[in-house]
Design a protein around this ligand. Structure first.
Ligand code: GDP
Length: 452
C-alpha cells in the first residue's frame, strides 16, 4: 500500500443532488470514521465493508450535513487499497467542507488521476484498462463509450497479451539457439520463424488500421459542409445536429460566418463547420466568408459537398477547389432536395448520396458514408479499436521491430532477429503497462482530472 492516504472530490464541481468524496490509503477507514458518525450510534468501522451506512458529517465546528458512507477493504476496492466513499449533498460549500474535514483528519490532497494510478500500481488495472476509465469519462459518442467499456473489460489487453506470448515464445527459441548453437536446441526453423513473424505483423497491422476510426470516435474529425449558397448546407447541419443550430433562411448568402458544431454521426465525432456559400461575390462581408470556405476546404479532414439535385456549372469552382486541395477521396457529395425531384449523381466522387435535408431521407446513408470515410470498415469484428495516441505509437514501434526482425532473418542469423523481437516485446509491454517507465505513467495520469 502507498504510505500516503489521499482524498478528493470524485464528482464534478458544481451543484448537484449528491457529491462523492473518495479517500484511499492505509488510514482511509480511520479518516472516514473521524468525519462521519453513523446514525445508529455504532462506529463506522464496526460495519462490514461494502455496507452503505447512513450518518452525519462533521468537522471541528460540529455537524454540517448528513449522507452515506461505504468502506471498501483492500484489496477489494477500485484502487486496491482501503478506500472510503463518502456521499454528501452536492452543494459547493458542503462538499468543500467535507473534503477539508478529511484533510484535517489526516488525508492529503489526491493528484490528477491518483485513484486510477494507484489502481494500476496495485495491479487492479492494466494501463490500457486505466486509459479505458479515462475513455468512459471522456466519451461523447456511444461508440467511444462502448469501445472503452470493452477495453476496461480487457479486450485490448487480451489481444496484446496473445501477440506478446507468441513473440515471447519465438524469443525463447532464439535464446536456445544462442546458448546452444551447435545442438539444434531450437524447435523453430528459420522459415517457420519467418512465417510466425509475418502472422504477427499482419495482426499488428490489423490493430493499427483501427486507429483512424479510434481517433474519429474519440478526438473527433474536423469536417466542413461546403457548397454554393442556398443548396441547403445549414439545413443539413441542422439535420445532422438533430436540432436547429444554424439559422436557415431563404435569402442567399446569409450564413456569412463559419458555424462550428460538435456532433456525432454514427460513432464518429465531427467538429463540423457550415461555411458561407462559395461563389463569386461582390459583397465585401460575404467575400470574407467565401475566403473562409476555401480555408475550410484546405484544413478539414472530411468534406461534405452539398449540391442541389445535380452538379451545375456554378458548382464547378467548388469542385475545382476540392481537387486543388487533393481532397476528392475525403469528400461526400450530397445531392440535396431529393424531395423536389430526381437527382443526377455527377459520378465525380466515390460517395454521392441523394438526400433531403427537409425530410431527413438519405441521412442514414450519409452517416454510413461518413463512418466509412473515417475508417469504420477497417475495424475487425471483435470490437477492439485503438483509441489512444500513446497505444498507437507503441504499436507502430512494435510493428517496425517485427518488420526489422523479418528483414534480419533474411540477411543474418536468428540472434539478430532476436534483438528486434525483444524490441517489439518492449513496445507491446508499454501498451498494457508491463514495461513502462515512470515517465510514461506520469504522462498518462496527468491527463486525468483530480478525483479520478
Ligand atoms: P444554405 O445557404 O446552403 O445554408 O441553405 P439553407 O439551409 O439556408 O437552405 C436554403 C433553402 O433551401 C431554405 O429555404 C431551405 O428550407 C431549403 N431547403 C434546404 N434543404 C432542402 C431540401 O432537402 N428540400 C427542400 N425542398 N428544400 C430545402
Amino acid at each position: 500500500m502507498n504510505g500516503v492516504t489521499v482524498a478528493a472530490v470524485s464528482t464534478p464541481r458544481g451543484k448537484g443532488g449528491v457529491a462523492l468524496v473518495r479517500i484511499s490509503g492505509e488510514n482511509a477507514f480511520d479518516i472516514a470514521g473521524r468525519v462521519f458518525a453513523p446514525s445508529s450510534g455504532k462506529k463506522l468501522t464496526e460495519y462490514k465493508p461494502n455496507t452503505v451506512v447512513h450518518g452525519v458529517f462533521s468537522d471541528s465546528d460540529g455537524a454540517f450535513d448528513d449522507g452515506m458512507a461505504v468502506l471498501y477493504a483492500s484489496p477489494r476496492s477500485f484502487t486496491g487499497e482501503d478506500t472510503a466513499e463518502l456521499c454528501c449533498h452536492g452543494g459547493l460549500l458542503v462538499t468543500q467542507k467535507l473534503l477539508t474535514a478529511c484533510f484535517s483528519a489526516g488525508a492529503s490532497p489526491a493528484g490528477r488521476g491518483e485513484f486510477t494510478r494507484r489502481a494500476f500500481i496495485n495491479g487492479k488495472l492494466t494501463l490500457s484498462e486505466a486509459e479505458a476509465v479515462g475513455g468512459i469519462i471522456d466519451a461523447v459518442s456511444e461508440k467511444h463509450l462502448g469501445v472503452s467499456l470493452r477495453q476496461l473489460g480487457g479486450s485490448l489487453a487480451h489481444r496484446i497479451s496473445g501477440i506478446y506470448s507468441r513473440l515471447a515464445l519465438l524469443a525463447s527459441s532464439v535464446y536456445a539457439y544462442i546458448d546452444y548453437p551447435d545442438e539444434d536446441m531450437t524447435d523453430v526453423t528459420v522459415p517457420e520463424m519467418r512465417e510466425r513473424l509475418c502472422e504477427t505483423l499482419a495482426e499488428l497491422e490489423e490493430l493499427r488500421r483501427t486507429r483512424r476510426y479510434g481517433k474519429a470516435i474519440s478526438e473527433g474529425v474536423k469536417a466542413a459542409i461546403i457548397g454554393r449558397p442556398n443548396t441547403g448546407k445549414s439545413s443539413l447541419l441542422n439535420l445532422l445536429a438533430g436540432e436547429d443550430r444554424a439559422i436557415v433562411t431563404e435569402l442567399e448568402g446569409t450564413t456569412r460566418d463559419v458555424i462550428t458544431e460538435k456532433i456525432t454521426a454514427g460513432g464518429v465525432v465531427l467538429d463540423l463547420s457550415d461555411t458561407a456559400g462559395i461563389r463569386e461575390s461582390t459583397d465585401k462581408i460575404e467575400m470574407l466568408g467565401v475566403g473562409r470556405s476555401l480555408e475550410q476546404i484546405n484544413s478539414a479532414e472530411l468534406l461534405i459537398l452539398v449540391l442541389e439535385n445535380r452538379l451545375s456549372e456554378a458548382d464547378l469552382p467548388v469542385v475545382e477547389a476540392i481537387r486543388a486541395a487533393g481532397k476528392e477521396s475525403r469528400t461526400v457529395a450530397v445531392l440535396n432536395k431529393s424531395d423536389k425531384g430526381r437527382c443526377e449523381k455527377p459520378g465525380v466522387f466515390e460517395y454521392e448520396i441523394e438526400l433531403s435535408a427537409l425530410n431527413g431521407e438519405g441521412k442514414e446513408e450519409l452517416v454510413k458514408a461518413i463512418e466509412t470515410l473515417c475508417g469504420a470498415d477497417e475495424c475487425g469484428d471483435d470490437g477492439t479499436i485503438i483509441v489512444s495516441a500513446r497505444q498507437s505509437a507503441a504499436l507502430d514501434k512494435a510493428t517496425q521491430s517485427v518488420k526489422n526482425a523479418i528483414l534480419a532473418l533474411e540477411s543474418y542469423t536468428q540472434d539478430v532477429a532476436g534483438m528486434d523481437i525483444e524490441d517489439a516485446l518492449a513496445a507491446l509491454g508499454e501498451i498494457d503497462g508491463r514495461a513502462v517507465t515512470e515517465e510514461i505513467v506520469d504522462t498518462i495520469f496527468s491527463h486525468f482530472c483530480v478525483g479520478k
